[in-house]
Design a protein around this ligand. Structure first.
Ligand SMILES: Cc1cc2nc3c(=O)[nH]c(=O)nc-3n(C[C@H](O)[C@H](O)[C@H](O)COP(=O)(O)O)c2cc1C
Length: 241
């Protein structure tokens, strides 16, 4: 028969050893976890600019190679001015004074898509993603939602292909060039829905998640629009001069 003191000492020793093992494992695995998160973010950016297919598997190396080869970046301030000598990897996606924008370039170095982070409250969680625009800075090239805690089957449908495909080809500007953004509707769009080019089908049972996305998507478009306006005016001036 063991004494109470022995049992307590034994339990304390086992607890301390397990704590040390767990803490060591967490510390050792942290760099690998962080690297995987960064690779997943890069994969989402590539998906938003339509460089990778939704239903195909990609090795980590392929993602990193493709990203390094095809994507570059700028960081702009809230007025849309490029901050020199700074790349998007050096700033956090949720910073308000330094806005990271990833650029997809073709073989001649011309920018064919602009991709930037979007994030905000859904219903239960903070939803994070990326939105990419074509070089006309109006047409949606693609969108991804890579991190959220919405209910699977309801709000969780936002990261499914059927939902994100809805956004492709939609326009963020009206015919006057004013920013109107993209709105997730309640239910399906009808043939006679007005302004369909700025709207996408809603998810049944997830109106509140959609409402949250509508709000932060517009906010993010407004945050990045000063830079896009500068670029649109530059192209316009080049065309008429
Ligand atoms: C367990 C549970 C999970 C829910 N998850 C979500 C969700 O992720 N997103 C959402 O907008 N609403 C969610 N709701 C709310 C309801 O789906 C929604 O308010 C209601 O059914 C209205 O349907 P509608 O969105 O089609 O208008 C949830 C409700 C329950 C009970």
């Amino acid at each position: 028969m063991y004494s109470n003191g022995y049992i307590l000492r034994f339990a304390a020793t086992v607890t301390i050893i397990c704590s040390i093992l767990l803490a060591s494992a967490a510390t050792l695995l942290k760099p690998a976890q962080e690297e995987n998160i960064q690779t997943d973010i890069k994969k989402n950016i590539l998906r938003a600019v339509q460089l990778i297919e939704p239903d195909q598997k990609y090795a980590k190396k392929d993602i990193l190679d493709m990203f390094a080869k095809r994507m570059s970046s700028v960081v702009v301030d809230p007025a849309g001015t490029v901050i020199p000598n700074l790349t998007a990897d050096e700033v956090n996606a949720d910073e308000t004074d330094r806005l990271p924008i990833y650029l997809l370039k073709d073989a001649n170095g011309a920018v064919t898509a602009y991709c930037f982070p979007i994030s905000g409250k859904g219903l239960w969680s903070t939803v994070k993603g990326y939105l990419a625009l074509d070089s006309d800075l109006n047409t949606v090239r693609g969108i991804t939602f890579y991190s959220h805690g919405e209910t699977p089957g309801l709000g969780g449908e936002i990261s499914k292909d059927w939902f994100i495909e809805n956004f492709v080809g939609k326009k963020i500007l009206d015919t006057n060039g004013s920013l109107v953004g993209i709105t997730i509707e309640k239910g399906k769009l009808r043939a006679d829905t007005k302004g369909k080019e700025h709207k996408v089908d809603g998810i049944s049972g997830a109106t509140l998640t959609g409402k949250g996305i509508n709000e932060f998507l517009m906010g993010d478009l407004e945050r990045f629009n000063p830079y896009f306006t500068i670029l649109r005016n530059k192209v316009h001036n080049e065309v008429i001069s």
